[in-house]
Structure formats: C-alpha cells, structure tokens
Ligand binder design. Sequence first.
Ligand code: PMV
Length: 321
Amino acid sequence: MEVRDRQGAVGEAHGKVILVGEHVVVYNKPAIAIPFPLSIRAIVKEHMGEISIDSSMYVGNLGGMPSKMLGLAQTIYRCLELCQQPKEGIHIKIESEIPMGRGLGSSASVATAIVRGIYNHFQKPLLEEELYSLVEIAENYAHGKPSGIDMRTVTSEEPIFYQKSQGSSCLASPKPFYMVVADTGEIGDTKTAVAHVNELRQQRLSMINAIIDEIEAIVWKAKDAILTGDSKLLGNLLLMNHENLKKLEVSNLMLDHLVETAMRAGALGAKLTGGGMGGCIIALTKDMTDARKVGEALIKEGAKTVWYFSTHSKELIRIKR
Ligand code: PMV
C-alpha cells in the first residue's frame, strides 16, 4: 500500500456493507459483510503547534473538535502515546468518498485511515490487533458497544464471516455476486437503532430472541450460498433477513419502499444494510445489466445515490439523482 505521497504520510481504508446479520451480531451471533469500494484517506504531515484536522465535518485544532468527533480525538491521542510522540505537531487532512451515517462504514473507515496515517508518519509498524484496539476507541464512542464487524470489514479485501467471540474469517465465493447499494439520503443513527433493539428485547425477550435465532439461521444459510455461488438462494435470504429486521423495528418507510422497488425491478433479493432507521439498502441481481436496471428504478423511486458492482471487481458504477 502507498504510505507517503507528496503531501505527507497516507493512511487508507474502504467502506463496507453488511450482507446479513446486522443487529444480531451485537448479541454474539454471526454476520457476513463485504468490502465496499469507496475509500477514505488520511494524510498526516508535520506542522508547528497543536494537532489540527481538516475534514468535511470540522476544520481546526483537535481540542475544539465537535462532540460527535471526540472518539476520534481519543484515538489520535492514544496513537501518539503508543508512537511515543508528544500530543502536538501533526496536521491530519481527511478525504472521504463514503457518505456519513449511511451504514457504509464511514466511522470505522475514517478511524482506520487516521491510525494508519499516523503510524506511517512516524514509520512505526502497526500490528492488526493494535489497529483494532485503536479504532475501537473511536467506535465505542460513536456506537456505544459495537460488535466489531465494521472495523474488520473496512480492513479486509474479502467478504468476511464474523462473530464477536470468534473473530473473522474470509469468505471467498467461486462466482461473482452483483450488488446494488442505494442511499435513501437519510442519516441513520446506529446507536439509537441498537438501543431500540435492546429495549424491545428487554420488553419481549422470547419473541425477540426467536427473531434473533431466525436471523442467525439465515446467516448460516447465506454462508453456504456464498461458498457455492448460489445467488438465487442468497437473494431469498436477503429478503427474509429484511422481514426480520422490520420486526426488530429498525426499518422505515423509505427503506421498505426501496426494497420493494428493487424486487419489482427484478432483483433476486434486497434488504436494509447496517444499523437502519435511514441509510442504505442493498439488492442482489443476476448480472450487471440487471444491476443497472434495478439501480435506475431505485433512483426513479427516490434513492439519492446508487452504486452497483461485481464482488469480483474493484470497479464501482455510480448513478446520481
Ligand atoms: O455502523 P452500521 O450502521 O453499519 O451498523 C453496524 C451494524 C450493527 O450490527 C447494527 C451494530 C454493530 O455494532 O454491529
């Protein structure tokens, strides 16, 4: 990976989409996620005085960061401690292609890019577990108690099968899958969505546990569908997973509308992805031609941006409203 360009040391990470198992992964059930080829770059260079940040959300000194970004400030301070450097003297510029709050992994990706950028700047080797523990500081702040699936996926080049107590393993498929991602344009709040599921579970334990178990069964079947390249089965499983997420009350009218639109336009399956209550849906199609057709229908029906891609290629095609 490129670690330094003319402007300074570079750290990078990509986005992610969760295929199946979001929310239940918080309860130590498995989930499957794939890398999403939009990236974030953090460029770190030496500068006099206080640490400064230049991002689309905030420009200024680290000390004056808005409360939403305080987790990132803690990650940065901890990086400097571990690199045995004073807490001053660097400037961090963040360039992001990943829209925020859409379940596409922007928070884990920005923290990962920053940690990598700082370690590259000080030419200190970065072990995987050290990276995760540093990103976790920011993720804990942003999400409360994240499962860890986001940070594992934004650092993986392959789809992953993840379970909190077991860690992650790569899930390579013999055939490409064709995916469409559609952004509602509404910011989802993962922290609120996770807290809502927890509340529901406390109120109706056996009913919610049964839904969680159903989603777990879907995830195991989805793993087999990926390993055998069975896109029809995977499509059905996505749709079943969406129905269960509706029962967990993390979907909304627009997400449901886009899922229905994708199905009417010929998708093999569709569901919300990530925390929900806004954010994105994903749809699975037979091929790239159908992916375009589904993408165009989604834009017509209100999606703000649509991307489509093959899981075996880095090319990402975007359709904008
Ligand atoms: O960051 P998001 O919105 O993609 O949500 C992550 C997935 C959840 O399962 C809802 C939360 C988690 O920590 O795994």
